[in-house]
Design a binder for this molecule. Structure first.
Ligand code: ADP
Ligand code: MG
Length: 374
């Protein structure tokens, strides 16, 4: 069952109404928090297994949002075959909330007073995107993680689902050191795009939204591909490509596709990586690379053997290309790789030398127009 806006409300999961606290103990600090949800670690009393409980209020700003939550559950169900999408274990409902019991990232280690502390393991890729030096991703890391993100997104797109909120806070790592695998979380804005009527909505997070969202044009799977372009840029450079001083400037940068691909920013990063991002940050959604095209992009099979595994991007010497006789292979004469199996059985970021925050809620269409007109 799907409504006009691409929301799916028919779910398979049985919603439990017995008390959540009879089955689970909450442990440790909060794992995270978004615009509408608080996520806490919990332990299943009988098994001792750890999970993440996402608490969602059924009413937000005086409006009944139960349908949005059912949509989130339905999307999680339809992507349950992908190893790169967070697994949904159970759902509970109280008079005011719905609780999603999810696979958990970020290990808890018992602390001396008998409680639990969340260790640094796992968590958002955001942490590493903004980290300096020894904790930042290498290009080799980014290639591996980008492949996984693409495989997760391919599974969604094959099911005609668009995520619509792909950003570093919604991509989690199973472990930070050694660097584990990714899981896509937060399907709160996701929609089905196979509806007869087009999905046209203003949603997302300013820095990561595609131009068609700002122009109030139809949303499609290509909308996610734009965000993957922005995400890859941030993972490789630690900088947000469109972020301006003011929201208005950010929107203008997006609609003009004003991106800095200079060596200042892409210091020590391969040309193929830049080519990959350029195939995504294209204003016309029909001209943007699809997820399957991205999965066969030569950047993903680039042998970065010559790049030190330990050296983070910030520290790599750009002169290394002199000792490397082969310049990066031009994308035109490359053998395409076979497709990967995709469906098997709030903080601060650097902008150049400045820091900025992107905790602002997404503005309304009128606000954008006003801001763009001003
Ligand atoms: P919102 O819809 O409010 O943005 P999210 O699903 O993105 O909610 O969750 C908010 C934050 O909680 C995430 O950015 C992440 O830091 C953390 N989080 C979400 N799911 C999990 C999980 N399964 N394990 C660990 N942390 C999580
Ligand atoms: Mg989120």
């Amino acid at each position: 069952m799907m409504n006009r806006n691409g929301m799916v409300t028919k779910i398979r999961t049985r919603i439990r109404t017995d008390p959540f606290k009879n089955i689970y103990d909450l442990v440790g600090r909060e794992l995270g928090r978004g615009k509408f949800a608080v996520v806490k670690k919990c332990v299943e009393k009988t098994t001792g297994k750890e999970h993440a409980a996402k608490f969602l209020k059924k009413r937000r700003k005086g409006q009944d949002c139960r349908g949005d939550i059912l949509n989130e559950i339905a999307v999680l169900e339809s992507a349950d075959m992908s190893p790169y999408v967070v697994a949904l274990h159970e759902v509970y409902e109280t008079t005011t909330e719905i609780i999603l019991v999810l696979e958990c990232f970020g290990e808890s280690v018992p602390i001396s007073d008998g409680g639990y502390e969340n260790s640094a393991a796992g968590g958002e890729i955001f942490t590493q995107c903004v980290a300096d030096n020894d904790e930042a991703f290498t290009e080799k890391d980014v290639i591996r993680l980008a492949k996984q993100i693409l495989m997760g997104v391919a599974c969604l797109h094959q099911n005609n689902i668009v995520h619509l909120d792909l950003k570093p806070q919604n991509i989690l790592l199973t472990s930070a050191q050694p660097l584990g695998d990714i899981r896509i979380v937060d399907f709160g804005l996701s929609r089905r795009v196979d509806s007869v009527s087009e999905v046209r909505e203003i949603l997302g997070t300013p820095e990561y939204v595609a131009p068609e969202v700002l122009d109030y044009e139809p949303i499609s799977t290509a909308t996610d591909m734009w965000s993957i372009g922005v995400l890859t840029y941030v993972m490789l450079t630690g900088e947000s490509p469109f972020l301006g001083e003011e929201k208005q400037e950010t929107f203008l940068n997006i609609s003009q596709v004003n991106v800095d691909y200079s060596q200042d920013v892409f210091h020590g990063v391969s040309d193929l990586a830049v080519d990959f991002i350029q195939s995504l940050l294209i204003k016309n959604p029909r001209k943007r690379a699809t997820v399957d095209q991205c999965l066969t992009h030569p950047w993903l099979s680039l042998d970065l053997h010559h790049l030190s595994l330990e050296a983070p991007l910030d520290e790599q010497d750009t002169s290394q290309s002199e000792s490397e006789p082969e310049s990066p292979i031009p994308s035109t004469d490359l053998v395409l790789m076979p497709s990967y199996p995709t469906c098997p059985g709030q903080g601060e970021l650097k902008s150049g030398r400045d820091t900025f925050s992107f905790t602002e809620p997404f503005p309304s269409r009128t606000e954008i127009q006003q801001e763009l007109i001003c």
